[in-house]
Design a protein around this ligand. Structure first.
Ligand SMILES: [Zn+2]
Length: 96
């Protein structure tokens, strides 16, 4: 698995597992996002970068990374030791 380029990041999530509506965590988007759903999160390059760094550190260190892909998106996920909190990075599979 290769480290993810920030240019390919569509959105990020950090918080609890389970419900994905955002009630257990927060979504953050790049400040130049065009994603219509970004109204449900915050626009912060700083937050996106810090979440992406956690994922890329896990990839470089060959720790467990979960990957889900569907038609035009992929989601990378890392979990805490208890599996109760996650960081998810959503990327465009066309460009990644
Ligand atoms: Zn919810």
């Amino acid at each position: 698995m290769n480290a993810i380029n920030i240019a390919n990041v569509i959105s990020t999530y950090s918080g609890g597992t389970g419900c994905a509506c955002g009630c257990k965590g927060t979504y953050a988007y790049p400040e130049d996002t065009t994603a219509t759903e970004s109204q449900w999160g915050t626009l912060s390059d700083r937050t996106v970068k810090s979440r992406l760094k956690k994922l890329n550190d896990a990839i470089v260190e060959d720790r467990q990374v979960y990957l889900d892909t569907w038609f035009d998106r992929s989601c990378y996920e890392i979990q805490n030791d208890e599996g109760t909190r996650v960081v998810r990075i959503y990327v465009d599979t066309v460009t990644s």
